[in-house]
Design a protein around this ligand. Structure first.
Ligand code: BG6
Length: 505
């Protein structure tokens, strides 16, 4: 019997993703206030990014210029359109709309800017998918209100949401609340997701403190901040629906499958506990509208006390998301054995998997893990899913004739697309795919430029030098063909073997 052609479902949303603080630059243009990202220096794989209270002239803060998307959005969106994007995931910098965060009236220049961006998308038939908060909280709110630990922040956030929901109701219908809100479940998300400031000069992820156990008070503050985001997210969902019933609002998780390192029951239980904490806790609150059954014991045993108020449960119940979106870069292993080494991976710690390779930055590469996760998520929630980040951060070389042959990226993405297709055929309802950093941008974890994800190369180095000129990589034409054929061009080709971490020789 002749085999049916493999293809994605009609209307599948192919596209790409960026975040304001990693792409826009123009950090003080047209009345923008500084965000928490503007206070984080550049780093490298081995020397962490640092937070500084004041902007120091001798330091390099990559968000200040980034790739200057702010001034080049027309050129960039035209290139996305040339690839055939159906959707473009972008975030609004809250500080362009409310520079300090607690103002009563918005900054009209910021509003006008995003209108132009969304109108440009519309001109090309590209649907904007807008993240309301992507690691770029107004710094003023962090400094003066304690970030998300303060319940007042909810009202400020909702004022911002109402403003953008109303302003862009003719242009935007897909929204995401908080980028990777589940990073707040661990200490890594304290600053970027929670807006809880560390000491001046401390590293981005508070690694200095990671050697010492987190106090019960610190933990409670972190989970209170998360609770406030749950409330804010739920109310934003409700508000978005009231303002425009066409709005679809999703939550966004940093998702990773957690495998037991061995089949010992201890490792299996540890893996299960990690799945619960890192994926299901936030997923359950946003999708099911209530904390999961295991949360109570987890909080009790860790001494976590969340500052809840009467009526909070009702708020959560009334603001369930329409779809669940997530970033996917890695899976990880879990073990109850403290002797097994830890490795890096999408800002979380994990145990190396002897069956899998890693990227040059040590992120474990696991395309089949995406199929596994899609099935796990869909099995649990039964609502549409969307992969809104995925990709290979790698060093690219420009050849003498100005080409960038990124076959390793093509191989990486192809494998993930094949596994997404398998999941769709398993029965998972998948709305779309927006690979991360569709144009090269600043790395969130290291602040580097050389950790590139894009189909489009940006001429800029880690010191900030370069013309910012855009060049198409080989993956540009490859992705255009993938979109044109709705995945068929990728699904009909065979897997190409790449040794990821050795690729640069
Ligand atoms: C996700 C973030 O964790 O991973 C993005 O949402 C980030 O902001 C992406 O850029 C890739 O991480 P990195 O550190 O390679 O930029």
């Amino acid at each position: 019997m002749e085999e049916k052609q493999k293809i994605f479902p009609p209307g599948f949303l192919w596209g790409g993703a960026v975040a304001a603080n990693q792409a826009e630059g123009a950090w003080q243009a047209d009345g923008k206030g500084d965000s928490v990202a503007d206070h984080i220096t550049a780093g490298t794989k081995t020397s962490p990014r640092r937070f500084t209270e004041q902007i120091r002239p001798e330091e390099n803060y990559p968000s200040h210029e980034a790739i200057d998307f702010y001034h080049r959005y027309e050129e960039d969106i035209a290139l996305f359109a040339e690839m055939g994007f159906k959707v473009f995931r972008i975030s609004i910098a809250w500080t362009r709309i409310f520079p300090k965060g607690d103002e009563i009236s918005p900054n009209r220049a910021g509003i006008a800017y995003y209108r132009k961006v969304f109108e440009t998308c519309k001109k090309y038939g590209i649907e904007p998918l807008v993240t309301l908060s992507h690691y770029e909280m107004p710094y003023y709110l962090c400094e003066h209100y304690g970030g998300w630990t303060n319940r007042q922040t909810i009202a400020f956030f909702l004022r911002y949401c109402e403003t953008v929901f109303r302003e862009y109701q003719d242009l935007v219908h897909y929204w995401l609340t908080f980028n990777e809100m589940n990073t707040l479940v661990s200490r890594f998300g304290t600053l970027l997701a929670g807006g809880i400031l560390p000491e001046d000069g401390e590293d981005l992820f508070g690694r200095k403190r990671l050697g010492s156990p987190e106090t019960v008070a610190e933990k409670s503050r972190r989970f209170t901040a998360l609770h406030h985001q749950f409330l804010a997210g739920a109310q934003a969902v409700k508000m978005a629906h009231e303002i425009n019933p066409e709005n679809k609002v999703g939550c966004m998780l940093s998702a990773a499958g957690v495998y037991p390192y061995t089949c010992s029951p201890e490792d299996v239980l540890e893996a299960q506990a990690q799945m619960e904490r890192s994926n299901w806790l936030c997923g359950d609150v946003c999708v099911r509208g209530a904390y999961p059954y295991f949360a109570e014991r987890f909080f009790r045993e860790n001494g976590v006390q969340i500052r809840k108020e009467a009526g909070d449960d009702e708020i959560l119940k009334n603001g369930k998301v329409d779809f669940l979106s997530f970033s996917y870069y890695s899976s990880r292993c879990a073990t109850a054995d403290p002797k097994v080494i830890q490795t890096a991976g999408n800002m979380m710690l994990g145990v190396p998997n002897p069956y899998l390779e890693a990227s040059e930055w040590g992120w474990i590469i696991d395309p089949k893990g995406l199929r596994y996760l899609l099935n796990e998520l869909y099995g649990r929630y039964q609502i549409p899913l969307m992969v809104v980040e995925n990709g290979l951060g790698a060093v690219d070389r420009v050849t003498e004739d100005g080409q960038i042959h990124d076959d390793y990226r093509i191989a990486y993405l192809s494998e993930h697309i094949r596994q997404m297709w398998e999941a769709v055929n398993d029965g998972v309802e998948l709305l779309g795919y927006t690979p991360w950093g569709c144009i090269d941008l600043i790395s969130a974890s290291t602040g580097e430029m050389k950790k590139r994800y894009g189909f489009i190369y940006v001429d800029k180095d880690d010191e900030g030098k370069g013309t910012l000129e855009r060049k198409k990589k080989d993956s540009f034409a490859w992705y255009r063909e993938c979109i044109r054929t709705n995945g068929a061009s990728v699904l009909s080709t065979n897997k190409k073997r790449i040794n990821y971490d050795k690729k640069t020789g």
